[in-house]
Write a protein that binds this ligand. Sequence first.
Ligand code: SF4
Length: 307
Amino acid sequence: MRKPKVMISKCLNSEKCRYDGQGFDDKVIRSIREYIDIETVCPEVEIGLATPRDPIRIEKHENDLKLIQHNSNIDYSNEMYEFAEEFIKKVDDLDGFILKSKSPSCGIKDVKIYPKGQKCSISKNGNGFFAQKLIEKDFKILIENEGRLKNYILREEFLTKIFTLNRLKDCNDIKKFHENNKMLLKSYDSNSVEVLENLINNEKTHDLYINKVKEILNNKRSKTNKADIIKDVFNRYKNKLNKEELSYNDELVDLYINEKIPFSSLLVAIKIYALRFNDAELIKQTFFNPYPQKLVNIMDSGKGREL
Ligand code: SF4
């Protein structure tokens, strides 16, 4: 069986390729290793830099950004861009990237940019040189940094997307995929199910269906969208539940909306009803189990909730 395939910055995999000769034992990477096929890359080592090495950084030279080794003043911009372009040509069948934050090569949106030859940075919002090329390529897959994945909401979203893409690639019955993932896809785009159903009913449009699912997974799921689906499910059982249970369910949804409990808690509550009422249609929905249960972990940095 296929596992999701994710490319990560090599130093996050405890490999000692950083400029200071160290690596990171990243908790998130450690926890997903068993369930995901991990491939690694260290762009700085790939362009021939030694480990340990003098650090490199991004400098602004008039209108251009350059990748400079400050101590030697050597410019590695071209080497890094050329490596990234060659690397992109060979990337095949990936479901996501996890890159090291703040790195002048791998960082996304949080890399310091220095004025030419100066000590103090002018911005902390740049992309690393390697990451920039991946972003420009627009793979239509997730590119995340390990810092954001310490937040459980962002981690849930990342895992949900890569495992759904994996199910899509791994299935040999696309109609069954649609049946089982219908509710999950609806949580990304509530109008999507009708469009997808038109495509799935005609064998000639199955390729279009696959592309449409990938496109839908690129959307961001809002809390409201997810909460609406949960409310619909609670409603499904409204005639079978007593007043206290119904009010407790409303309370749970409010707690989720106000970020007091994670989404996975709501899924657990729903699953209990689905099992109690032997609701086969609901039990098979991946919406309730989008990725392996053992990866559910509410460990959270408490930062960066924005999707
Ligand atoms: S951040 Fe990227 S370039 Fe830097 S050591 Fe890690 S993998 Fe290599």
